[in-house]
Design a protein. Structure first.
Length: 116
């Protein structure tokens, strides 16, 4: 079973930057997109960004223009570059892999805290 391993969370000041990484522990031909969702306390889990193997990406409205998703297919890894961070970006960020013919995969999450 492929697992998703996230890294790169932490504490950053408003206006700062962080980069998250999500590595899949193996290859799975059924994966059609990978990316990130986030969940703040008391709120639903929302889309941050997703990307296909071909490089087609989509973003949640609140992060457009500030966050950039990219991927390295050879390493089965996706990255999320987060710039101009705001306190409202504080959340647990979860890596997700959408798969055909099976359940989607989720990572365990990494905490991002934006605070002065």
């Amino acid at each position: 079973q492929v697992q998703l391993l996230e890294s790169g969370g932490g504490l950053v000041q408003p206006g700062g930057s962080l980069r998250l990484s999500c590595a899949a522990s193996g290859s799975d031909f059924r994966i059609i997109a990978m990316g990130w969702y986030r969940q703040a306390p008391g709120k639903p889990r929302d889309l941050v960004a997703m990307i296909t193997p071909a490089g087609n990406s989509s973003y949640g409205d609140s992060v457009k223009g500030r966050f950039t998703i990219s991927r390295d297919n050879a390493k089965n890894t996706v990255y999320l570059q987060m710039n101009s961070l705001k306190p409202e970006d504080t959340a647990v960020y979860y890596c997700k892999a959408n798969r055909m013919l099976g359940s989607n995969l989720w990572g365990k999450g990494t905490l991002v805290t934006v605070s002065s």
